[in-house]
Ligand binder design. Structure first.
Ligand SMILES: [Zn+2]
Length: 152
């Protein structure tokens, strides 16, 4: 198996590659109960780019993409779901769990981002129509989705 790679993301605004996590942000909106939804990975507004939808569009929360990477990134993401035993609170800061899990997989699961454009191809549908809810999101399967090599 080739090495997993998590080196580029697709910007949710301009669709160009994001290759430097320090030049991108995760941004999201929140509802009246201060719970987050509409999580997006976009370029920072640098180098002539204007990809951050900004507070004027409701995206009042953002943090650097690098904050969601690695072990510390998983700790950060989980703290949005639960403050944990020390804080002893039940303040869940996420309302859109599907969108949040998509974000966590994009930042934590090798090959997920590369597989992401291929969910609805005929090839993917053919091979994964009967799959359970775990199988498609395992890195080795995601790599084959990314390369459209399922069934080989
Ligand atoms: Zn962009």
């Amino acid at each position: 198996m080739t090495q997993p790679r998590l080196v580029a993301w697709k910007c949710d605004t301009c669709d160009d590659d994001i290759t430097e996590p320090g030049k991108a942000i995760v941004t999201w909106r929140r509802d009246d109960d201060r719970r987050g939804y509409d999580f997006r990975i976009v370029h920072k507004n640098l180098d002539g780019r204007h990809c951050d939808p900004g507070a004027e569009n409701g995206f009042i929360l953002n943090t650097e993409l690098s904050s969601f990477l690695g072990h510390n990134g998983l700790a950060y993401a989980l703290s949005l779901l639960s403050p944990g035993p020390i804080m002893g609170d039940t303040d869940v800061q996420v309302v859109d769990f599907n969108g949040f899990v998509d974000l966590v997989r994009r930042t934590q699961t090798p090959w997920y981002e590369q597989a992401r454009p291929h969910w609805h191809t005929e090839h993917t549908r053919h091979w994964l129509d009967d799959a359970n809810q775990v199988y498609p999101y395992q890195p080795e399967v995601l790599e084959r989705i990314a390369k459209q090599e399922l069934g080989r």
